[in-house]
Structure formats: structure tokens, C-alpha cells
Design a protein around this ligand. Sequence first.
Ligand SMILES: Cc1cc2nc3c(=O)[nH]c(=O)nc-3n(C[C@H](O)[C@H](O)[C@H](O)COP(=O)(O)OP(=O)(O)OC[C@H]3O[C@@H](n4cnc5c(N)ncnc54)[C@H](O)[C@@H]3O)c2cc1C
Length: 374
Amino acid sequence: MAVNYLETDVFIVGGGPAGLATGIAVRRKGFRVVLADASQPPIDKACGEGLMPNTVATLKELGVNLGPGKAIPFRGIRFTNEGQVAEGAFLESYGLGIRRTTLHETLVKRAADAGVQCLWGARVTSIAPCQVWLDSRQVGCRWIIAADGQNSQVRKWAGLDRGQPEETRYGFRQHFRVAPWTDFVEVHWGNDCQLVVTPVGPDEICLVVTSRSRKVRLQKALLQFPEIRQRLEGNSAITKDLGAISALRVLRSVTRGHVALVGDASGSVDSLTGEGLGLAFRQALALAEAVACDDLTLYQAAHRRINRPPEVMSRLLLTLENRPWLRRRTIRALAKEPRLFERLLAAHAGTFSPWTIGFGNILKLGRRLIADSN
Ligand SMILES: Cc1cc2nc3c(=O)[nH]c(=O)nc-3n(C[C@H](O)[C@H](O)[C@H](O)COP(=O)(O)OP(=O)(O)OC[C@H]3O[C@@H](n4cnc5c(N)ncnc54)[C@H](O)[C@@H]3O)c2cc1C
């Protein structure tokens, strides 16, 4: 069989959001980039489809503008638990709800405009230093970037796949034709699951249920949320339910030699943080800087800085998920202190420094958690 030979500076395995963003960022540094993905665009994936304000800002840095018609803004997050409602608006910014396929299409176009050579329907089957094999092609390159998602093969081939995820949960997503009833992303806490509602269009919402059990599918979960069930009555589902794994995975190292991991391949956070895409885009920018400096240790350090806050937030949210009494008290306390909720949210969304939360406010929350025991 004749083998096609290609040469490039940077080869990217995986054309999901992380691979495309990295392609755009590295291309802007002047390198030749070839990217391969086993699927055909637009690639769909189970996702809450909410972009936090800092994710929207990073996309702008990458030259990706999600104008009206593609996405719709939301202005904060609302938690509901056992009849308690706590909501926080983003300070001075907004998030965007966008269908995953629309985001993918937009990134594919931006990557093509930037000069990234994309090979769709092309599965990478093995790598060696400065070599990649895909189907009947062989590609010579200086850097190999793995953006091949949660179950990254490249991570295994490069010997970077150490340990198991800290936590593994399951998510199922479906879209419904119904006008959003709010401009907040809603997180409804149930007994054994959470239901996240994101407005993604003028007459469309995205519903995601996450749980530790893969048996908790959307229809079953809705039994715990009669208010949402009522809102959906007579409004049809417009997509099939699609599942994915939501894992908290922290890797010790995300580079080896001339191989670097990015996006979910480089570790992931729980989907409730709404930060997976933002991490991928921020990592993409940092990785491009490191490639331009010919020094991947810069990326290793930046990756640690970028990932740490959402990892901490994942652990906090998973603690609430696991302990109903603490969740009850926390959401009640946040409902009574909306300003504090806003500051916590702004720190999480990267629009305010965590220091602006203030020691006094933390004390106030602590007092409420202790006092509000009934
Ligand atoms: C239930 C759920 C809800 C979520 N909600 C949100 C949210 O609201 N907001 C948010 O920011 N994040 C959210 N996330 C996280 C977000 O979806 C991920 O962080 C994001 O998809 C990571 O993108 P990626 O490009 O790294 O990986 P992926 O999107 O998984 O892309 C990997 C790509 O690699 C390709 N590939 C794999 N192996 C090969 C190979 N050998 N050769 C060629 N191609 C290959 C695949 O075809 C795929 O296209 C959610 C996640 C889950 C599970």
C-alpha cells in the first residue's frame, strides 16, 4: 500500500474545541499546522453548552466572535434546592449559551481562515518522536499536540496516563423547543442528580442531567423536578439524548519531549463548573506561547495555574453534591447573601480576583452556615 507523506511543524490529534483553538493559536505564531479528527464536522458532544464570561473573552482573544444568531447571553447562575433559590449575576459581563454544533462550525471556519490544514475522518493510529501515522498517511512534525479528549490514546502512547480520575460521573443532554423562561443558567439539585438548564436560542433550551449513576437518564431525572417537567409539557425534544463522562482528572505532567496534551486529554473538571471549554481555550493560548518559545516547560507551569481554580471549584461542588445537609445550608446562606454569591461567581468566572471576595464576606458565609441549621 502506498503511504502518503506529509510534513508540518505542529500536528494536532483531535479537532474538537481544544484541538481547533490550539490550531488557531499556534498558526497565529506562524507555524504550519496539520490537524486530524476521526469524525466529520460539525461534531456534536453531550455538553451543558454554557460559556462562562471568561470563556467568551478567551474566544475573542482567539479571534472567534459569536455574534447574535449563534448564541444567546445569560447573566448569571441560579441554584435551586428543596424550594430554596439562590442566584448570582455576573459582575460587568455575561456568559453565552450556544449549541455545541454551532460552536464547532464557528471554530472550524476560524481555523480554516487562519490556515490550519484540517483532515476530517482521519484517525491517528500511532505516534513516534516527530512522526504520526493516520490511516494510509505518515506525517513528520516537530511537535505533537494531543487534543483527543477524555480517553486520550496519545496520552497513553506518550506515557502520560498516570492514575484514575478522582471522580467520575455521567451526563446526558437533550434540547427542547421552548422559549427560555429565564436569562440565568439554572442548576437544580436533586437527590441523586443535578439538572442544568441553559438557554441556547430564542426558542430553545439545553437540558443536561449529571449523576454518579449512568442509569439516571433525563426522563427519569425529570420526575424529581415537577416545575421543569411542567414547563416542558407539550414542548417537544428536538434532539436525541446524548451521553458523556464528566470526570475530575488531574495529571501530574502534561508534556513529554515534544508531545503536549491540551483540553480534556490534559485532565478535566466536573461539568457542573461549566469550565471545560474555557480551560481548553486558555490552555491553547498558553501552549502556543510555549511552542513559540520552543519550551514546553512554560506550558506545564501555565497549565497548572490555569487548571487549579476550576479543580478546587469541582471539589467544592462535588462536596455539596455528596452532602445534602451542607448543600441545604450553603444554598440557604447564598440565597440570603446574593452579593457574596455574585462575588464568588465573579471569582470563579475569572472576571474578579478571588481576593475581592473579602475575608469579612467569607466570615459572614461561615456564620450563616453554622447558624442556619434549620
Ligand atoms: C455532561 C457534560 C456537560 C458539560 N458542560 C459544559 C459546559 O456547559 N461548559 C463548558 O465549558 N464545558 C462543559 N463540558 C466540558 C466540555 O464539553 C469539554 O471540556 C470539551 O468538550 C473538551 O473539548 P476537547 O476538544 O478537549 O475534547 P472533545 O470535544 O472530546 O474532542 C476530542 C476529539 O478528538 C477526536 N479523536 C479522539 N481520538 C482520535 C484519534 N485517535 N484520531 C483522530 N481524532 C481523534 C474525537 O473525534 C473528538 O472530536 C461538559 C462536559 C460534560 C461531560
